[in-house]
Design a protein around this ligand. Structure first.
Ligand code: ATP
Ligand code: PAU
Length: 355
């Protein structure tokens, strides 16, 4: 996956709310061609070689490597590669410090914004749920260690979900999950214990004993199950698992705060709720899952911030653009990361830096 750091600084709120998809997809769909071509056309003079006026953009993630030649060949753009973990951490640190109401908890449908004390932010665990999941212990600006990860992530939900439900898009799969019932496929403690709870080990009768376990207790085939129920169980299984591994890693390093980023959550209430419940359950209420409003843009933002290190100081503001706010691409109709700041018809003021 690839993300671009745009030479943009937003005056209020923060980054590109119109892009409720990874910026990586701009390369394919040119979701915001204006912004994209602004970057391409404006370009930057490469500082070390002023005579070479090649255009370049910052890029991070695997795609920065994978698509490097393609960008050069088709667009004449060089991708300047920034380290993925570095960018994620830089983006998260910046958001947590600069954006009011960036982090929130989500439990039982209730979103509660968390006041971040800038002097007491570190250490924390950053869990980036993309295709795969990275867990990063963050100790300060530029001070971090990727302590764990799991390959059971967003790509697993989308990949398995696609195979099992024949869904054509991620949004369709997510939408299905909202209408599904996980009890159809998940084996609960009560199913095993004849409707009873197993209180001695702290398991209620409705706790999931075995994800998808009910499928073994009858002769049903896949087509006998509703795609809605399959999607629901899958989302729950993956979210639960990520929540559990995250908590165990927080415990491992004595971290009290766990922030979740990456494009998997998409502000989707059931996903966040499940992750929160998992963290709550495994920590016995000691730890809280916190989500970021701009969860899918950590890497892009971090890549953007690297302009500052390299050349931003020499650039000047000479153009201003309005970025329309499109909240519609979020599947969860209750969710708009900027709901407190903007409505759907408003736009954000951005200043674009050009060489
Ligand atoms: N519209 C969408 N289309 C495809 N996937 C989506 C969409 N919305 C959310 N997702 C989820 O986002 C995941 C990708 O997230 P993200 O772009 O943050 O990670 P990535 O960069 O691909 O992965 P990694 O961090 O592992 O390199 C997908 O696997 C899927 O679960
Ligand atoms: C490989 C990356 C870092 C690419 O973003 C990501 O997909 C990931 O963290 N996957 C999980 C790999 C693992 O730790 O098992």
């Amino acid at each position: 996956m690839i993300v671009f750091g745009f030479p943009m600084v937003l005056m209020e709120g923060f980054i590109l709310p119109s892009l409720r998809r990874p910026i990586s997809m701009i390369a394919c769909s040119l979701l915001v061609p204006t912004n994209f071509s602004l970057v391409v056309n404006s370009g930057f003079q490469h500082q070390e070689n002023p005579t070479n006026d090649r255009s370049f953009i910052k890029a991070t993630g695997g795609g920065a490597y994978k698509f490097s030649d393609l960008f050069k060949e088709k667009l004449g753009i060089s991708l300047e590669k920034e380290d993925e973990m570095d960018c994620l951490v830089t983006g998260a640190n910046f958001l947590l410090k600069a954006v009011n109401h960036e982090a929130f908890t989500y439990l039982n449908g209730q979103k509660e914004f968390v006041q971040i004390d800038h002097n007491d932010l570190y250490p924390y665990l950053l869990v980036n749920i993309g295709s795969g999941v990275s867990m990063i212990k963050v100790d300060g600006d530029g001070k971090f260690e990727r302590v764990s990860g799991t390959s059971v992530g967003g790509g697993t939900f989308w990949g398995l979900g696609k195979l099992l439900t024949k869904c054509q898009s991620f949004d369709e799969l997510l939408e299905l999950s909202q209408r599904g019932n996980n009890r159809v496929l998940d084996m609960l403690v009560g199913d095993i214990y004849g409707g009873m709870e197993y209180s001695k080990i702290g398991l209620s009768s409705t706790a999931i004993a075995s994800s998808f376990g009910r499928a073994i207790s009858n002769s049903n085939e896949l087509h006998d199950y509703k795609p809605e129920d399959v999607s629901r169980s899958l989302l729950r299984m993956i979210s639960n698992n990520i929540g559990q591994i995250s908590y165990l890693n927080a415990l491992r390093f004595g971290l009290k705060r766990i922030f979740f980023g990456g494009f998997f959550t998409r502000g989707h209430s059931y996903t966040m709720d499940t992750i929160s419940v998992a963290v709550h359950f495994w920590s016995k209420g000691e730890a809280k899952a916190m989500f970021l409003r701009h969860e899918g843009f950590l890497g892009a933002l971090g890549a953007f911030m690297s302009y500052e290190r390299h050349s931003l100081g020499d650039l000047m503001v000479n153009q201003s653009v309005q970025i329309p706010v499109d909240a519609s691409s979020s599947t969860d109709t209750n969710y708009n990361p900027l709901e407190r700041d903007l409505n759907e018809t408003e736009s954000m003021q951005c200043s674009v830096y050009q060489a």
